[in-house]
Design a protein around this ligand. Structure first.
Ligand SMILES: Cc1ncc(COP(=O)(O)O)c(C=O)c1O
Length: 473
């Protein structure tokens, strides 16, 4: 299947974006003088320039040009209750008023209360807190290596575990035959990257084969229970249970990276809904209630590698802003709220997520474009707020592995990753790389707004494809 040349459409969309958003365009130009690419997180820097945000409430954001934008990105999917939920902001405002909130660099009761809460909700014995998922996955790998005395780590192709040296391999798909076997950054010594084995997500036979080859050298296998950046693909229960069994049999640790999935499907980790218990889990995003908090949580004997009892064998230490007071307060408040209102929050998220996925699919179908969304977890009845929109070339393509959704012969990647975001932004809808999530702050009216925006975007894309077909025939 030939992919259309989207260049004329992208140029047209970029011109419209410039016309509608002159202030964001100017700010971006200025920003590029001092900030690499005009910002500090590549994925946020939509091309040709991102909307510059002035406020964010619930399901919506406002930008410098006065646009009121429906937001499905929701803070890298951290915002389960939408932007700036009152339950958190009122606590923070009160604390700041009372002289508690900015950095103090001391121990306090709050972090102990948060730790108790996270352990209770996730089943972990002990945790340690840090400020980002990248740091947390890095520390988790160090803990696993130290505990097992082994060096090799296994991850799945398409798995993103943050910008840290231990796992920067097999994230991006390369269609030159390398697939998910490439190293994702310069600057990493081969002594590190040679110790990363990349297996295939949701491929049980390949997992068995890889454990046959590497199992006895493995410190750990790290998996997202649902791939986020790798296509929003749910792991099958069979795959996760097999991973558990193989790790136990070979003396390797099982790590679940629950950065996206933790507290998004219920007030705990997604692994628990599959009835699979990892040795360590990594939480972040939703954990912080909109503030920077991440944690490694798990078995007491493994976590002990970082503590006094083992002479701090692992330097899971430092972090000027670790367990920052305002972050601790936000996290504790947020988790208490999620667990107290679990029966309302998660069914609502699931219903809105399903409605959003249906909105994308039906609007594109009306325009004659086949769009299919991943994000649901067919085997579980927890519902799902997650969505990535894919454009498979063929109805028969199964979207259950990252190898499929990143193969340009099977899916239209340019439409998903370059066109859709900009085509929707000029309709006042924001998501990045066709990827986002519902929050409880979204409403049925928002789903209607999304449907109408998708209809207009889809019709425009379809028109372009018809023109492209005429000019190439
Ligand atoms: C599954 C997963 N792990 C780790 C990370 C890294 O977290 P952070 O961006 O907080 O460093 C992310 C971030 O998107 C993620 O999605």
């Amino acid at each position: 299947m030939r992919t259309p040349d989207y260049t004329p459409l992208l140029n047209e969309l970029a011109d419209e974006h410039h016309r509608r958003s002159p202030r964001s365009a100017t700010i971006h130009k200025e920003a590029c003088r001092h900030l690499i690419d005009g910002g500090s997180h590549s994925i946020r820097l939509l091309e040709p320039f991102p909307p510059r945000i002035t406020a964010a409430h619930g399901g919506w954001i406002d930008d410098e040009d006065g646009h009121h934008i429906l937001d499905l990105w929701q803070g890298h999917m951290a915002n389960v209750l939408g932007h700036n939920p009152e339950v958190v902001t009122s606590e923070l405002a009160q604390a700041f008023d009372d002289g508690f909130g900015t950095q103090n660099g001391m121990a306090d009761a709050l972090q102990a209360e948060l730790a108790e809460l996270v352990c209770r909700l996730t089943g972990a014995d002990r945790i340690r807190l840090t400020t980002s998922g990248s740091l947390a996955t890095m520390y988790a790998v160090l803990l696993a290596r130290s505990f097992t005395g082994r060096a090799v780590v296994m991850k799945a192709g398409g798995g993103w575990h943050g910008a840290q040296p231990m796992l920067l391999k097999g994230v991006a798909f390369r269609d030159d035959g390398v697939g998910f076997d490439g190293v994702d950054s310069q600057g990493l010594p081969s002594a590190l990257t040679d110790r990363i084995v990349v297996t295939s997500y949701n491929d049980c036979q390949r997992l068995v084969d890889d454990f046959d080859k590497f199992g006895d050298e493995l410190a750990c296998l790290i998996l997202e229970p649902m791939l986020g950046a790798g296509g929003t693909i749910a792991a099958s229960t069979e795959y996760l249970r097999l991973a558990r069994e193989l790790c136990s049999r070979h003396g390797a640790l099982l790590l679940f990276d629950e950065m996206i999935t933790g507290f998004r499907f219920h007030a705990g980790g997604l692994g628990a809904l599959h009835r699979v218990t990892p040795d360590l889990a990594i939480y972040g995003k939703a954990l912080g209630g909109g503030m920077p908090v991440a944690a490694v949580a798990g078995r007491a004997d493994v976590m002990a590698e970082a503590g006094r009892e083992t002479g701090h064998r692992v330097a899971f230490s430092g972090g000027t802003y670790s367990a920052h007071p305002a972050s601790m307060l936000a996290a504790k408040t947020f988790l208490l709220h999620l667990s107290a209102h679990e029966d309302e929050i998660y069914p609502r998220l699931g219903r809105l997520g399903a409605a959003m996925r249906a909105a994308f699919e039906s609007a594109f179908a009306e325009a004659g474009i086949s769009a299919r969304c991943t994000g649901d977890i067919p085997e579980l009845d927890c519902g799902s707020s997650m969505v990535t929109v894919h454009f498979p070339h063929d109805e028969a393509v199964k979207l259950d592995t990252p190898e499929t959704v990143f193969d340009p012969l099977l899916c239209d990647i340019d439409l998903r990753e370059k066109v859709l975001g900009l085509a929707l932004l000029v309709e006042d809808v924001h998501l990045l790389l066709a990827h986002g999530a519902a929050s409880t702050a979204h409403t049925d009216n928002d789903v209607d707004f999304l449907t109408d925006a998708c209809r207009r975007a889809a019709e425009r894309i379809a028109q372009h494809c018809r023109l492209d077909a005429c000019t190439t025939n």
